[in-house]
Design a protein around this ligand. Structure first.
Ligand code: FES
Length: 83
């Protein structure tokens, strides 16, 4: 069996990511919830994103339309509060 590892921090394979996607995961965050991939060093997140496909990125649509990509996210408000 040929195993292609996507996330070396947690030993998650491409096949596992594809299975989680088939089970309903649509974003890297949902993949992380399913198997922790992407939650340590983060170097695999782009690869996970590529496996999920272009449509899976929640920030892609505003970027394609030339709008700010962070304007819809509440985390920025939390960052302001922390500063
Ligand atoms: S390689 Fe996936 S979190 Fe480090």
């Amino acid at each position: 069996m040929n195993r292609v590892y996507v996330c070396s921090c947690f030993g998650v394979t491409e096949q596992q990511v594809k299975k989680h996607a088939a089970d309903g995961a649509r974003t890297p965050r949902q993949i992380a919830s399913a198997c922790k991939a992407g939650t340590d060093c983060g170097s695999c997140v782009r690869r996970i994103q590529a496996i999920l496909g272009r449509g899976a990125c929640p920030r892609r649509e505003p970027a394609d339309q030339g709008r700010p990509v962070f304007s819809d996210f509440d985390e920025l408000g939390e960052l302001d509060e922390a500063a």
